[in-house]
Design a protein around this ligand. Structure first.
Ligand SMILES: *Cc1c(COP(=O)(O)O)cnc(C)c1O
Length: 437
């Protein structure tokens, strides 16, 4: 560092006095990797700059939304135009209808959609709706999948399939998670057992089809097929949490990826967020007309929001969705992402570092392991100190990957082959210095 004063450090000290941990979302604090969080001053394209004016190639993209890169001209223009027309009205607008139509056109498994402001809100509302529509209480989720921070979802597996889960956060009473069953991802036998024990009580099964909150772990096709069959058989709703994967892994989202292998495959409900807001607070949940008409004001399931369908956020989301529909968008994005994962793999191999990676569309993950993990337990076996060494080595070289082992990574349309080559070159240097496993 050329500067004597580290402005990130100064800001972090100031932030910690007024914001718990100095951050408004825990992972930003660098607790897992140590060191000082970079305070971002601006971003453009594939890069952002910290408080010291240092540039980083950005592989988190606001944790997914920035699929076009930062400051895409068409999106900036749409937002600027919208801002001049007002920030929020609390009354309906044509733009909300337009965005809903656009989302439904692209996600044919949904007949109707409601717009909200965050993925947490969308996931929480989808579960309430699933329970309201089925008249059942039990909720199945999988260890390592994140669906936002609603009480009923902050839960880890109990001691057995008959016992239900335990809260993972203080402030969540055990009673609140007593209807949440937590199962192992990709474990068909356990899934079957859970349905045979609790089938008639299951309102919904919620899943990240390609999990991005335990790094990057795909649900296997047979596992997904079983989820679909068992939900249908027992009258439970299959809820796809595509807050991360929606319009990130492809124009058909993750449900399209599974439909390629399972003919006619579709979930009953879908939760969206991140990309559909293009970086503004916007999320959505939707499903069949019959289910969605259970929502207020038509039905008995209550849900509301002051800023829902916000005119500036919807302008940002619409402009983003227009760009991703341009011919070749996902082909190019997938190619760039694969270039990164293959480059990192080759660099690691060259340094005899155990490494494996995977990607879909503009989302990727890698592990300092010989084989890809299939569930959270296996992800947990990865070595933290070695990941942290890699993280800081890359950061020192101007490459910003997720500051925690259990997070997916994101490539945007603004990342060039030259950006990827520079990142791979940086990784090659770091792999050479990585402590042995
Ligand atoms: C990010 C995320 C959420 C939560 O969205 P927020 O907008 O952060 O509340 C929910 N589910 C998944 C799969 C996510 O990746």
């Amino acid at each position: 560092m050329t500067q004597d004063i580290d402005l990130n450090q100064q800001l972090f000290a100031r932030a910690q006095k007024v914001i718990p941990g100095g951050v408004n979302s825990p992972v930003r604090a660098f607790k897992a990797v140590g060191g000082t969080p970079r305070f971002v001053s601006k971003a453009q394209g594939a890069y952002f700059w910290d408080a010291n004016g240092r540039r980083y190639t950005d592989y988190i993209g606001s944790w997914g939304p920035m699929i076009l890169g930062h400051g895409h001209p068409a999106v900036v223009e749409a937002v600027q135009r919208a801002v001049l027309e007002g920030f929020s009205y609390g009354a309906p607008t044509e733009r909300e209808v337009e965005l809903a139509e656009e989302i439904l056109k692209l996600v044919p498994s949904m007949d109707m959609v409601r717009l909200v402001s965050s993925g947490t809100e969308a996931g929480m509302s989808a579960i309430r709706l699933a329970r309201g529509a089925t008249g059942r209480k039990t909720l199945i989720k999988f260890e390592g999948c994140y669906h936002g921070h609603a009480d009923a979802l902050l839960v880890k597996a109990g001691s057995g399939l008959a016992t239900f889960g335990n809260p993972t956060s203080a402030g969540v009473p055990p009673e609140v998670v007593q209807h949440t069953l937590v199962l192992e991802y990709n474990n068909v036998a356990q899934l079957e057992e859970a349905f045979s024990l609790h089938g008639p009580d299951v309102a919904c099964l919620i899943i990240e089809p390609i999990a991005g909150n335990m790094n990057f772990v795909r649900a296997s096709v047979p596992f997904m097929q079983r989820c679909r069959e068992l939900c249908s058989q027992h009258g439970a709703l299959l809820v796809f949490d595509e807050v991360m994967t929606g319009f990130r892994v492809g124009l058909q989202s993750a449900q399209g990826v599974y439909a390629e292998s399972i003919p006619g495959f579709k979930p009953d409900m879908t939760v969206l967020g991140k990309v559909i807001g293009g970086g503004m607070p916007l999320a959505a949940f939707g499903g069949s007309r019959a289910v969605m008409e259970q929502l207020a004001p038509l039905g008995p399931v209550y849900q509301a929001g002051t800023l829902s369908g916000n005119p500036v956020a919807t302008a940002c989301g619409l402009a983003t969705l227009r760009e991703v529909q341009k011919p070749g968008f996902y082909e190019d994005l997938s190619r760039t992402t694969r270039l990164l994962v293959n480059g990192l793999t080759q660099a690691a191999l060259g340094a005899e570092v155990p490494f494996c990676g995977d990607s879909e569309g503009g989302m990727f993950g890698f592990f300092l392991l010989d084989a890809l993990p299939a569930n959270y337990g296996q992800v947990m076996k990865t070595s933290n100190p070695r990941f942290n060494h890699l993280f800081h080595g890359l950061l020192d070289r101007g490459v910003y990957i997720a500051p925690a082992l259990y997070e997916a990574g994101f490539v945007s349309a603004a990342h060039t082959e030259a950006d990827i080559a520079a990142t791979v070159a940086a990784a090659r240097e770091v792999f050479e210095t990585l402590p042995k496993a």
